[in-house]
Every structure is written in C-alpha cells, then in structure tokens.
Ligand binder design. Sequence first.
Ligand SMILES: [Zn+2]
Length: 241
Amino acid sequence: MNTELARLVEEARVVCVLTGAGISTESGIPDFRSPGGIWSKYRIIEYGEFMANEAARLEDWRRRFDMEDQLGIVEPNAGHRWIAGLVRSGKCPHMVTQNIDGLHQQSGVPAERVIELHGNARHAYCTDCETRHEIAECRAMLEATGNAPQCRECGGIVKSGVVMFGEMMPQTALGRAEDAARDCDLFIAMGTSLVVHPAAMLPVHAKRAGAKLAIVNREATDFDEFADLVIHAEIGATVST
Ligand SMILES: [Zn+2]
C-alpha cells in the first residue's frame, strides 16, 4: 500500500472514492472509449435514435449481449477489494463510479452505497413504467420474437440501464454524488482522467468544501496540480500490501 495514501486515509474522517474506467481495465475490461473498446468497434447509437427506431434498438441490444458475455467472465480486482474494505470499515459511506460493469457491487460494496453516474449494464428498465428487466430475460425475448424487448408489464420499450449518449444523466445519482463529494474530507479519484462530466466536477465540489484530494491514475490529469497527492500508477499496485 502506498504509504502517503495510507496516511491520508488514516487521517480522514469521511472518504469519498470516485472510480473510472482505469479500475475496470485492471480486471480486463477494455475502456469503452479507448482503442479496442466497444465504442471504437461500433458506431454510436444515441438515445433518440434508440427510442425512434427498431433497427437501432436491435443493434444496441446485440452490443449489450456482447458486453454481457464479457462481463460474465470478469472478476473484481485488488482495487475493487480495497474500496470494498474501506466501505466496510465505515469510513466511506458512499462511492461514486463512472463504470457500468457492476464490479464494485460484486466486490462486496452494498448497492445502496454505489452511486452510478452512467448507469449499470447488468439490468434493463422499461422506458415507460420503469419496471426492471434482467438482461437474460431481454435476450430470451429477442431470440423468441426477433423483436427488441418490450416491457412485460406495459409493452413499453425496454432499454439497458446504461445511460446512452444523448440521454439525460440520472439526476438523483448526480445529486447524491455531489453531496458525497461535499460531505467528505478526503476525495480519492481512481482510474479516471477526470475529463468526462459530471464526474470531472466532483473533485471541485470536494476541494471547495475543504476536502483533501488524492488522484491515482496511470496518466496525468488536469486536476493533478490541485491535488494533495498524485500517484501515476496502477490502482492494484498502489493499494496492495
Ligand atoms: Zn413498462
């Protein structure tokens, strides 16, 4: 464990952790926006097109099933486990993630303590009545009918829980994330380049409220100069003992 990070955590009363794609790449999930990632392989389907067009929905679902196959074989890593331990200790009441893979929950962080800014790929919702549907159920519906999944309750359009391009950010999650950033006295950004909004604003909220800022990321970020501690390394190597 990096001794300076350990000291900051030791001294902190309330920690808020933000994670980005970097923590998932250490589990073997490619950054969806980087070369080899899913968005470089496929054209972007925006929310409006998904809602308006059955062919776009079918194309989107095929990608979700690809992603589901990939997510089925990945495991949380040392970074996820360290954060889960921090949450378990009571020091980190909430964590925020830009990831959609559900690996924090899988590593033992209770779902109500994980604030997901970009949604979650592991389940789906009806866009009319919000009834939750499982991905496997959606796949079975598509395979049985050849049509994009429709809500079993109301017949509405079912969409994966991932926030799509062109779709409004989940406002409840965003508000909770801002509160968590303001309420901590140590904010740790891990595996995020802090360029995608709204995540990029969270360290600003934390700093303005008087918190210390630690950044663990392989590459430099625009926030490095404002941080109290910057570690340019893998997360797993940074937190492992
Ligand atoms: Zn419905």
